[in-house]
Design a protein around this ligand. Sequence first.
Ligand code: TXA
Ligand code: MG
Length: 315
Amino acid sequence: MNGCSTETLSPTPEGLARAADLLRAGRLVAFPTETVYGLGADAGNDRAVAGIYEAKGRPSFNPLIVHCADLDAVKALVEWSDAAQAVAEAFWPGPLTLVLPLRDGARVSKLVTAGLDTLAVRVPAAPVARDLLRAAGVPVAAPSANRSGQISPTRARHVAASLGGRVGAILDGGACAVGLESTILGLAGRPTLLRPGGITLEALEHVLGERIALRHEADMISAPGQTASHYAPNAQVRLNAVEFEPGEARLGFGAVDCDLNLSEGEDLTEAAANLFEFLHRLDATGAARIAVSPIPHVGLGVAINDRLSRAAAER
Ligand code: TXA
Ligand code: MG
């Protein structure tokens, strides 16, 4: 895959048709969702899915999320349940991924599940993603469209910088509205939060009418992708910076003097949408360290702090 020429496509009818053709032909297509850009391949095509791992440089034990155009396509792949129905009705299409038992005979490559008997599925909300999934007519496996361990992409140019020359095409749909990856809810057993994200724990518990277990930190089998160091810029990252030090790139929140402000008005939705773009920008300045203001640990702040603590983790 390395060294192929990458097409840039617009989300016009022609661009979408071309992207869908490439997917059906087993090629990789990066496309925008409301969370982050995904690196897509036909989930039923072993060679295409192998190409995702190769292009990302991703450890092969880390399973992928399958994206579907609608509920019928999801139900062909997993064993459905009342709990799944309740949260799907409330939050799909949208930034929520469900982990459910894999259906016998589902057309999904073993490389997608990394051998687990469960499958992660989601119906994205971004119109470009839905148009592409409909046009392709196959479920699309897609991790975030960045080299493994790097900051997630929320703009087409982030994808080009990280994966240009390694993918067949990049579909440019502008900025991602949510800006943080989907929340992952495990529903194969007791409801368990496997990754905080665009939908808050409180909102899920409200719909399910029960408490959701938090994934145990040491349980690397239920969410093998959640390694400590992730989303890492080249710069060191210092969290909860109340005062900034000379030479640091300053990522602020609220009424502070800084280089880039996630949200002057302390709006966590705005902060989430800005997070990865601002980390990309501050990293591009070549600063040795990025210092980040404290982010309140409520609502979307939980997911923002999750990503920031991984960006700051020992490598
Ligand atoms: O918002 C998102 O979810 C984005 C967009 C492109 O949809 N995708 C994304 O994919 O973040 P990725 O590959 O970066 O993260 C997928 C996560 C990993 O942590 C992986 O371990 C977990 O989902 N996962 C996938 N299948 C799983 C399964 N069967 N059981 C538990 N965790 C699973
Ligand atoms: Mg990722």
